[in-house]
Design a protein around this ligand. Structure first.
Ligand code: ADP
Length: 258
């Protein structure tokens, strides 16, 4: 033991402080890196549809494509890429709004069963095209939340369960209230997620199968948005999945916080 215990205390405190500063600097550096990666990914993702749009537009402009069906096909492709870009920009804006927490967020009493009906209605064409069936089982509960947040959350989870599925596949949505919490489960018997990707799927732009996601109009931002929204309400999200068997996402949100 030191004859001057108070010096030890000062030394310990100094060490503690320098460790805090180090941790702080490391965190800032990591955040900077994440931001840079985000911008570089976002630019890359935006460039892809722009390049296609430019290519098709140039072909049409050149006047060499005489066949009317082909002209229509090219115009359709331009439109599809433009829709993709809009989706991507909306997703980026949503993430930015959730991160800065600047924008005023309007809270209302959201009736989840009504919202789910709307969402399933808008996913119908996609589900029908993939021959996927959606089952809804929802208690008539209300949650104090931002309606757009709840719409994004369920659209992304149910949309994914439809997208990453197979013909004849099923999606089960179950929403319950338990201990002043909303427990929402979205389960599918689709393609499943490989184990080593499970903790990465919430990262921005991460996709297990890039080709499949892109073909389905995915941006790789959906689950990142879901995670942000869940965090906004101090909730939790977990996922269980087995490759080739299916996945289940469980979201728990406190219901009495406003
Ligand atoms: P995306 O726009 O690509 O759908 P997400 O962030 O919503 O992006 O999801 C990230 C990735 O996680 C997807 O590309 C897909 O590989 C995987 N994924 C998400 N949900 C499911 C699901 N229900 N079944 C299988 N894979 C899924």
């Amino acid at each position: 033991p030191s004859p001057y215990p108070e010096i030890n205390v000062i030394a310990d405190t100094t060490m503690e402080m320098s460790r805090d500063v180090e941790e702080y600097l490391a965190r800032i550096e990591k955040e900077k890196q994440i931001r840079q990666e985000f911008f570089s990914n976002a630019s890359h993702e935006l460039k892809t549809p722009i390049t296609s749009i430019q290519g098709y537009a140039e072909l049409l402009e050149g006047g060499l494509i005489r066949d009317e069906n082909m002209q229509r096909d090219f115009a359709g492709r331009i439109k599809k890429e433009a829709v993709r870009m809009t989706g991507l920009i909306n997703d980026i804006l949503m993430i930015s709004r959730l991160e800065t927490k600047e924008a005023e967020v309007v809270m209302t009493d959201v009736r989840i069963s009504v919202l789910l009906e709307e969402i399933v209605g808008s996913l119908k064409p996609q589900a029908a095209a993939g021959q996927v069936f959606i089952h809804i089982d929802c208690q008539p509960l209300m949650i104090r939340a931002n309606a757009q947040h709840m719409r994004e959350l369920f659209t992304n989870l149910i949309g994914n369960a439809v997208k990453y599925n197979r013909p004849g596949g099923q999606v089960w949505v179950n929403v319950r209230e338990a201990d002043h919490q909303m427990v929402a489960r979205v389960r599918d018997n689709g393609v499943g997620i490989p184990e080593d990707s499970l903790d990465r799927i919430f990262e921005r732009f991460y996709r297990v199968d890039k080709g499949r996601s892109r073909k389905q109009g995915g941006t790789g931002l959906g689950l990142s948005i879901v995670k942000h929204i869940v965090g906004y309400y101090h909730g939790t999200i977990r996922v269980e999945s087995k490759l080739d068997e299916g996945s289940e996402f469980v979201v728990i949100l406190p219901m009495d916080e406003t």
